[in-house]
Design a protein around this ligand. Structure first.
Ligand code: FAD
Length: 281
């Protein structure tokens, strides 16, 4: 089996120098899998403006394509534009445009919807950036309905986005159904499934409850039964996520976007199972 679709890896910006050193090792390992790009998240409300930029520039200086995530957060138009110009001048060519969430403990008048940010980027920078947006096969937690969430996803494409990366999920049917519904709604752009490898059940359960990603009951029960046996959790997770990726690719996924949590494993093992070969080096 060989893999010939788009591959991308997501990181969060390290807070410390040792975190940055570890991230360099991770990206050098994952870089051998020839990803189309790496992406770096942006903290709620712009809380990681500098660390995201630093990580982006560090990855870019190694010759990789890298996409900063960006949202308005609490910023005004001038600061968002200045960050965009900074990225443009440094040769960054891709942005993941998001609304983001309300930072805890910080009041804010209004969150700027992602489609408005996409429009803003296109207005000020033309076609310089390839724009990725977020999509939710299990539907965004605040969406009023399935149809309405897809309507607003279409809005992001109509305003100039090129493709979407999804929230993670563990039910391949949710993605197939979503793809079909998007096609019916007139969305023709590629929608890349977001893949979350499993390393820690408690963290995954907590985060999933917050972001509206469901963990199938049988998967939760299986993970719970391993207790603190970390190797069993990892091995089960690799097997489960490999099968998920195989099903998604068979269902027409145009590629895969991995939430790596800044670790090369278990993403590398899943990629290897999928026939994604590392270049020598
Ligand atoms: P939007 O597309 O703006 O949608 C938000 C909600 O509003 C949805 O319910 C939608 O149906 C509705 N809506 C959309 N447009 C309109 C409109 N014009 N009028 C009325 N309602 C509307 N968060 C971070 O803080 N930093 C990150 O780096 C980050 N990276 C992410 C990467 C990916 C691939 C994904 C899937 C999510 C990421 N998130 C990140 C989380 C994301 O910010 C949250 O899920 C947030 O709640 C929604 O962002 P969005 O861009 O999808 O919002």
């Amino acid at each position: 089996m060989s893999y010939n679709k788009r591959l991308s890896f997501e990181f969060f910006p390290p807070k410390t120098e040792s975190g940055m050193v570890k991230l360099r090792e991770t990206r050098s390992t994952l870089g051998r899998l020839s990803p189309a790009f790496f992406s770096v998240t942006y903290g709620a409300g712009g809380s990681t403006r500098d660390t995201t930029r630093n990580a982006v520039m560090d990855i870019h200086s190694d010759g990789y394509d890298v996409a900063p995530h960006l949202s308005f957060g609490g910023d005004d138009e001038a600061s968002v534009l200045s960050l965009l110009e900074d990225y443009r001048q440094h040769g960054i060519k891709r942005i993941v445009a998001l609304r983001g969430d309300m930072p805890s403990g910080m009041g804010m008048a209004r969150l700027v919807y992602a489609n408005e940010l996409v429009r803003f980027i296109r207005h000020h920078t033309g076609n310089h950036f390839e724009i990725e947006v977020a999509a939710y096969p299990e539907i965004h937690p605040e969406a009023k309905s399935y149809e309405e969430d897809i309507y607003y996803l279409k809005q992001k494409f109509d305003d100039g986005a090129n493709s979407a990366l999804t929230q993670y999920f563990y039910d391949a049917d949710a993605y197939s159904w979503f793809l079909e519904s998007c096609r019916h709604a007139g969305i023709t752009a590629p929608i890349y499934p977001g893949i979350m490898p499993i390393t820690n059940y408690q963290n995954l359960a907590r985060f999933s409850a917050r972001c509206g990603a469901s963990i199938p009951r049988w998967v939760a029960k299986q993970l719970e039964s391993y207790g603190s046996k970390q190797d069993d959790i990892i091995n089960f997770g690799i097997e489960l996520v490999t099968r998920l990726c195989e099903n998604l690719l068979a269902a027409g996924a145009p590629g895969l976007h991995f939430y790596t949590m800044n670790q090369s494993e278990p993403t590398s093992s899943i990629c290897s199972n999928l026939g994604i070969r590392a270049e020598a080096g």
